[in-house]
Design a protein around this ligand. Sequence first.
Ligand code: KG4
Length: 342
Amino acid sequence: MSTIILGIESSCDDTSASILIDGVIHSNIIANQTVHMNYGGVVPELASRAHQQNIIPVVVQALKDANITIEDISAIAYTRGPGLLGSLMVGSSFAKAFALTRKIPLIEVNHLQAHILAHFINDTKKRYEHPQFPFLCLLVSGGNSQIVMVKDHLDMEIIGETIDDAAGEAFDKCAKLMGFPYPGGPIIDRLAKEGNPDAFEFNKPKIKGLDYSFSGLKTSFLYFLRDQLKTNPNFIEENQKDLCASLQKTIVDILTAKLKRAAKEKNINQIAIAGGVSANSGLQNRLFELGKKNNWKVFIPQLGYSLDNAAMVAITGYFKYLKNDFADQSVCPNARMKINEK
Ligand code: KG4
């Protein structure tokens, strides 16, 4: 009999459901929430309401695409945290009710672990090459920037992390300063392709060890724009592409400098990236360059599995299912869950 896992993701502003059959993803449906675009960031209350509206339709579509019915499902895996509490509560309540009524195991999943374990996904289109343990993973999203040593599927150690803003936040906040809608990361990426990365220079932080800091960059970008706008009110419009290219280069420089150091210190040459910012073309290109230079084997997640999605929750749930690692109905969402928490 097949093992069929229904994965549910609702940690921030994407509602997603996925069906995994014997370790292979058969569907991965993601409903994005456009309601936040005018606010310059995710509005938690609006996010939870939209999850309420989207959760049933995404599950129905995921079942349909995988050509299975509710009765076929062996276990349900859902994101317990970290994330926005109101958003997590929608996925968590749905998963608990589903497990209870269907009398199937409930599996809680750590969203950060799931981003990394997206590297172990195979789908009906392709079997992908997976990293070997131990490997380093640069986990970069809207809420996290950390270097993680991955010793096994469910055994991870943070060896460096941001002391303030995340890399995705730096992209989004600087994008907002230029007047772009949320999320600004993908817009900066697109415009950067046509700009000069050496046109402008922004401050890089001097932080000890393998940790990161991005709040200074945001401030330096803000003051730079403010000074330029004093003499030329059209400065942003006239220099949009160069601003994006230079900013992106600075963020990529900061991220990869520490990653290089970590690879050297830990003597590891299997390097992966994960999280929303891993979709950034500048970061991906730099990693391939570094890979060639340093003899790294570089792993970039498929686009559909790099942003928030339920396929990564389903594969993480599958590894837990194989270990009989199930949750009971008393488990609560954990908005501040760390990567090495269960
Ligand atoms: O992992 P994710 O979907 O959500 C969480 O934060 O958990 O990541 C979203 C972040 C946003 O900050 C968004 O701007 C950024 O990923 N992002 C990008 C790109 N695509 C998404 N940043 C830069 N370049 C991109 N292509």
